[in-house]
Design a protein around this ligand. Sequence first.
Ligand code: GMT
Length: 375
Amino acid sequence: MMNIAIVCYPTFGGSGVLATELGKALAEKGHNIHFITYQQPVRLSGFHANIFYHEVRVPTYPLFDFPPYETALASAMVDVAINHNIDLLHVHYAIPHASAAYLAKQILAKQGKHVPVITTLHGTDITLVGRDKTYSPVVRFSMEESEVLTAVSDNLKEETYRNFNIDKPIEVIHNFVDIQRFNKRPVDAFKKLIAPNGERIIVHASNFRKVKRVIDAVKVFLKISETIPSKLLLIGDGPDRAEIESFTRSCDQGAEIKFLGKQEQMEDILPIADLFVLPSEYESFGLAALEAMAAEVPVISTNAGGLPEININGYSGYMSPVGDIDDMAKNAIAILSSDEKLLEFRKNAFQQASKFGIETIVPLYEALYFRFYTR
Ligand code: GMT
């Protein structure tokens, strides 16, 4: 069994969620997993004998306007690699994890320890932030220097080649979902609380950043509710939330919209939903939509980025061009207008999610790791 260090963002973003779920699944298989993050990852709760959490501390000093996180992270990687006999480092999200891993790898090599680095690209590390010329030379270099580069969708692989002039092969390993965990029966009392008169429940979950176009989810909902009595649950938090909250207060149907904030137990909320709306400008993959589908919730999304790799138009939901509120609302109404139609889409969404089950995808990462296992 391997000793694997996983570096990720511990927050609610999809990359951190995926990395944490991967670590937990690998620990279940008997590997020792060492998470190196600046905070306990949100999906990492409870005790597991094979899971270890190492917090990166960044001591401050009056000279530092910007505390040197990358240096502290690289030092933590070195420390964990030596003291826990780490076989490989798997970093999720290139910035700044891949360059910190490169630095750690060089330091370890000087001490006679070879630790391969696997970098998994998740999306904005390439499409928004990484390609900015402020970061791109370092991102390109550290991608080239990783032993393996993986991307979470074919689209992200293409975007990486389009944005960065690199020759390195990129292996696509799609994101996954723990079907058993999300495929729960809805709690009737909770459903009644949200929709006391049997209204349809529509859900959007994201980090409320511009790229998510949360306002479009609200506008789609407003159109749906002109025809079908519905409630909208907006889950998550982020920079656009205040503006969207104030917009919803000015709408006639504002009382039908609830902001739930950040939620850790999505598997308890999603089963009460009838529809998941993801109107993003771009998604490399759309893990939130996959989790909804595993809970038998059809998805209304845009056709941006990697979304067509998971949402099948007219089967697990529908896709529309970015910003086409009318089309998204029309499609949503088509699904929600009859119980039979909704049931059909629910079943299809679940079938589609099953293709991305944890038991199918995690062995692909494991096989990748074993290519570098030398002990
Ligand atoms: O979506 C975000 O803004 C968060 C971001 C992250 O890195 O945490 O999500 C990206 O990675 C997820 C997991 O691989 C993907 O499911 C999301 O589609 C991707 N987000 C974007 O590409 C905008």
